[in-house]
Design a protein around this ligand. Sequence first.
Ligand SMILES: Cc1cc2nc3c(=O)[nH]c(=O)nc-3n(C[C@H](O)[C@H](O)[C@H](O)COP(=O)(O)O)c2cc1C
Length: 234
Amino acid sequence: MSINRRGFIRLAVFGMAGLLLTGCGAASDTKNTAEAVSGKSAAVSSGAGTQEAAKQTGKKILVAYFSRTGDNYEVGIIEKGNTHIMADMIAEELGNADTFEIKTVKEYAKNYRECTEEAKAEKAEDARPELKEKVANFSDYDTVFLGYPIWWSDLPMPVYTFLESYDWSGKTVIPFCTSAGDAMTGLEERVIPTYAKGAQVKLPGLGLRGKNMQDAPESQRPKVQSWLKELGYQ
Ligand SMILES: Cc1cc2nc3c(=O)[nH]c(=O)nc-3n(C[C@H](O)[C@H](O)[C@H](O)COP(=O)(O)O)c2cc1C
């Protein structure tokens, strides 16, 4: 199968759902988000500055991410997921962060199209797939960088399970994602404070194209660096 044909089929899969592949898909209301708060959450902050940077010093940081291996959009069969690569880069740049991979008990299909069907069904059911492990000593972390691929213009359902599994009081969550586009969806601003009870979401998040992260990760590093700098981390 040629790349173009394959790409077309993949585009068609998303196209049927009315998703915009440029820019991570439309920030459409989902079953989850339709029930979520409307408007801008008070638990959202943006920007950083030196004062904020100073406040971060000495705090414990976790980079938690969900990512999938196997056949994926635009990249063929991969052994390390796009978001996983981005998470490792963020942790590397931070220098003092721990990482945690969000893994489901039941693995998703390695076949891309099968996986899109599984994910579609889970989203329709507003499922909460069971996770394999919990973060040890979660209460020790002040800041959690949370990464995920965009699935059907939304967060994958296991990320909702993750958000609902902890007490987030007093914690700051900084989102990042990979997708077919180069942007966040905008959902994170509403979804994270709604499902991660007590969390403060710090924006902007960073959305990068999965294919670039997979095929040319070093070309993406300056974007990660300037984002962290904007947030006050470098
Ligand atoms: C089930 C599924 C649904 C997807 N839905 C979208 C989408 O709605 N919009 C988009 O831009 N990309 C979508 N993608 C592409 C992924 O977001 C992209 O390939 C991402 O980089 C994968 O990251 P990972 O390797 O960390 O899993 C989807 C991929 C899968 C497997």
